[in-house]
Design a binder for this molecule. Structure first.
Ligand code: HEC
Length: 171
């Protein structure tokens, strides 16, 4: 071979070696870049994010909004019943014994005892008013009737059966 052929081969192999090195650098760079790219979140991650950023309250508008609101109310009520006081019992007597009697059996804090004389004027207001006062609480001239007898876990229905039981057991 001539001298310049050898010279050419030397340079050419150097060039090839350089290109191979450059390719390797590119591959490594691509791998690093790929690792840095944020990955697609998994469905479980998405669900957790959804739960975290869910608004505390919703704004409902229009007919669909109304339906959604009613559904939400219904769900809320179901959830409340599930963890209602005293195992969700609808036995008015049991609720009275466990809660209301603390005041109404003794007259503590000005609570009317279960004697008819103490209730005639109250009954005259109508059952709805008695029930509302029991659910929302009521400051009267004798004292403070706490909302739901002081146990917010009591459902409307439970308060109602307790009031009915009391009215049925006046002496
Ligand atoms: C911490 C004491 C207390 C407890 C517990 C309590 N009450 Fe009362 N309640 C009162 C007082 C005091 C009044 C009278 C308020 C007044 O008229 O001045 C009252 C009044 C009432 C009235 C008459 C309201 C009216 O409009 O005249 C009803 C009905 C009633 N309570 C039902 C209940 C029921 C049902 C429970 C149990 C779920 C209960 N209360 C538990 C203190 C209590």
């Amino acid at each position: 071979m001539k001298n310049y052929d050898i010279e050419f081969l030397k340079r050419f192999s150097a060039l090839i070696a350089g290109l191979v090195a450059f390719t390797i650098v590119l591959i490594v760079f691509a791998i690093i870049l790929h690792d840095r790219k944020p990955r697609e979140p998994s469905p479980e991650q998405l669900a957790r994010i959804e739960a975290r950023i869910r608004p505390v309250m919703g704004v409902y508008a229009g007919e669909t909004g109304r339906a959604a609101m009613l559904a939400a109310l219904e769900a809320q009520r179901a959830a409340q019943t599930a963890q209602a006081a005293f195992g969700g019992t609808l036995d008015g007597g049991e609720i009275y014994q466990k809660l209301c009697s603390a005041c109404h059996a003794t007259g503590a804090g000005g609570a009317p005892k279960l004697v008819r004389a103490a209730w005639e004027k109250r009954i005259a207001q109508g059952f709805d008013v008695l029930l509302r006062h029991s659910i929302e609480g009521y400051q009267g001239e004798y004292g403070l009737m706490p909302a739901r007898g002081g146990n917010p876990a009591l459902t409307d229905e439970q308060v109602e059966v307790a009031v009915r039981w009391m009215l049925d057991h006046l002496e």
